[in-house]
Design a protein around this ligand. Structure first.
Ligand SMILES: Cc1cc2nc3c(=O)[nH]c(=O)nc-3n(C[C@H](O)[C@H](O)[C@H](O)COP(=O)(O)OP(=O)(O)OC[C@H]3O[C@@H](n4cnc5c(N)ncnc54)[C@H](O)[C@@H]3O)c2cc1C
Length: 296
């Protein structure tokens, strides 16, 4: 079988040697051998079957806002749930069933229109619901897990299961869900005054704008905070704000952000991460753990 024919029968969008920099907010990353957007659940199952048969690793991507992809590219099939069926929101009153391909910004605008409170703290996080669940996205005080009732997932054999919240190991920026393909989730929100929801969203956006530099591509915080200590503060105390390697730089406003100054390579970002880890280890004897997903 010619490698490029492996997914030929799959209906949906298929690309070969697709540059990952087109799919990550970092705007970094070489070509993925395959890039696939299956049309529906059936095609998703067929795709997984083909990948298994030919032993091709599958990587699921949402909005690519927490991923650093290797410069040399990926010997894998990158899967994105971007077809209409994976972008549905349904449900009444304060319970919503949200498909994993829905962006957090679209979800929040629906919450604003319907007067549904609970998710406002996610305002300004440039991800999809799938990525937010996999990462248990949030702010220091709240995480998306707080709103989850259950999550519908497919395993890599194509089997679909609904996991209740108590069956999911949600932790700080972790969930254990990345071993599945997240299809959708039921979220329990609270009925609220539309104006108040709007104001809260705007307030979170204001706070975010004041703290972050979003003029350059990034993947948000590169390291997890350490036992309540801000990783950004620790890196800042090592005097690394503004430190540049190649086309990447530690952000001058928020030291846990690494910015792509235009032509950054994954290698530049990794070298800056190594430097920050080494300096923080030396100065505070703390080992920083990456928050971003490094695909190589
Ligand atoms: C400017 C900026 C600010 C940010 N601020 C925050 C913040 O305040 N708080 C925070 O928590 N994060 C923040 N982030 C990081 C990021 O936006 C979140 O982690 C987001 O939830 C990731 O969603 P995504 O769709 O982009 O996921 P991706 O980056 O595409 O993927 C992240 C992980 O989720 C997995 N994944 C994605 N979709 C699925 C799926 N359907 N099924 C199974 N696994 C899946 C991927 O395989 C990968 O392991 C920020 C990022 C940026 C660029």
């Amino acid at each position: 079988m010619v490698a490029d024919n492996v997914f030929k029968a799959i209906k949906g969008k298929i690309k070969f040697r697709e540059p990952m920099r087109r799919h990550t907010t970092f705007k970094i990353g070489g070509p993925a051998k395959y890039y696939l957007e299956p049309r529906d659940i059936r095609q998703l199952k067929l795709l997984l079957k083909a990948a298994k048969r030919y032993k091709i690793p599958v990587l699921v991507i949402g909005a690519g806002s927490n991923i650093l992809a290797a410069d040399q590219g990926l010997e894998a099939a990158v899967l994105r749930l971007a077809a209409t069926v994976f972008k549905k929101i349904s449900g009444r009153n304060n319970n919503l069933t949200v498909a994993s391909g829905v962006t957090l910004s679209r979800l929040l605008s629906l919450c604003r229109q319907r007067g549904l409170a609970g998710l406002e703290f996610l305002a300004g996080i440039p991800g999809t619901l799938g990525g937010a669940l996999a990462m248990n996205a949030g702010i220091p005080q709240k995480n998306i897990a707080d709103l989850v009732e259950d999550v519908r997932v497919m395993d890599y054999n194509g089997k679909i299961t609904t996991l209740k919240k108590k069956e999911i190991k949600f932790g700080y920026r972790s969930s254990g869900l990345a071993k599945y393909i997240i299809l959708n989730a039921r979220l329990r929100l609270t009925k609220a005054d539309k104006r108040q929801v709007k104001e809260r969203i705007e307030n979170y956006l204001r706070l975010r704008r004041a703290a972050q530099d979003n003029r350059r591509p990034s993947a948000g915080c590169v390291f997890k905070n350490h036992q309540g200590l801000s990783a950004g503060r620790l890196i800042d105390l090592c005097g690394l704000k503004g430190k540049r390697i190649g086309g990447a730089s530690i952000c001058g406003r928020h030291a846990n952000f690494i910015l792509n100054l235009g032509a950054a390579r994954a290698r530049d970002v990794l070298r800056l991460m190594d430097l920050a880890r080494a300096e923080v280890k030396k100065k505070f004897n703390i080992t920083l753990e990456p928050e971003i997903n490094i695909w190589q």
